[in-house]
Write a protein that binds this ligand. Structure first.
Ligand code: IPE
Ligand code: IPE
Ligand code: MG
Length: 231
């Protein structure tokens, strides 16, 4: 009965949560932040060493401009507000993704929040912002090419965005869709996949516990047979 070392969460369903209540989509995102706070606390309590969350995909720029702007404002405000409480809870926060297109404000907030948390050692918390799994693989390959280094499984893996967190053991997606939507690809090669119909703002500590307990019952064969594993 081992718990996952790295849990990745696709927090989906904010917009539908709001629309069901005749609220603007941005209200769903606001409520989504509260659910994220609960997730981080629960993961920390459950002694998860690495938690990655999908906050904004490289494809989410295609959304209406006011929604994108609202989300960016939430990211800046959230980083400023949560950096110290996260650090105090032993959580080391990283923002992972292509930062080259972010506003100065957002990049400054990221730098400051990462600096505040740099010595926390209880849990790595990767916030994937303007992240795409395909982009991650390409940027890793480009770095190796620039260094004129050979491309191997190991060398490429070391250049991916969050080498400190290792392979994803459990990937959770809320919101009822059964797809990966270009989230972590390489590191999720052998991830166990858990899909929840709960819309993200409704995803509770109990839902997370249910995913963890399901994970503990999985037999992870990594290509081998069940008999080999039991030998
Ligand atoms: C996920 O919720 C949050 C982000 C993509 C930022 P959605 O906004 O995708 O919610 P739905 O899928 O439209 O309900
Ligand atoms: C994935 O959700 C991205 C995030 C949760 C940040 P989307 O809502 O963007 O995914 P699709 O478009 O339904 O595949
Ligand atoms: Mg969605």
């Amino acid at each position: 009965m081992t718990k996952p070392n790295h849990v990745a969460v696709i927090m989906d369903g904010n917009g539908r949560w709001a629309q069901q209540r005749l609220m603007p989509r941005i209200e769903g995102h606001r409520r989504g932040i509260a659910a994220l706070r609960t997730l981080v606390e629960t993961a920390r309590r459950s002694q998860i060493a690495n938690l990655s969350v999908f906050a904004f995909s490289s494809e989410n720029w295609k959304r209406p401009a006011d929604e994108v702007q609202g989300l960016m404002r939430f990211f800046v405000a959230g980083l400023k507000k949560e950096a110290v409480p996260l650090r105090d809870a032993g959580v080391r926060m990283h923002v992972v993704g292509d930062r080259s297109v972010f506003s100065e404000d957002l990049n400054a907030a990221i730098d400051e929040a990462e600096d505040i948390g740099k010595d926390a050692s209880g849990m790595h918390f990767n916030i994937c912002l303007n992240y795409g799994g395909r982009w991650d693989i390409v940027q890793a390959a480009q770095m190796l090419q620039k260094e004129d280094s050979p491309i191997t499984l190991e060398s490429l893996e070391q250049k991916l965005c969050m080498p400190w967190s290792g392979p994803v053991d459990l990937m959770i997606r809320t919101g009822g869709e059964r797809r990966i939507s270009n989230f972590i690809l390489w590191q999720a090669a052998y991830a166990e996949l858990w899909f929840s119909d709960a819309l993200w703002p409704d995803f509770s500590a109990a839902d997370f516990a249910a995913a963890l307990s399901w994970f503990e019952g999985r037999e992870r064969r990594f290509g081998m047979t069940s008999a080999q594993l039991k030998a």
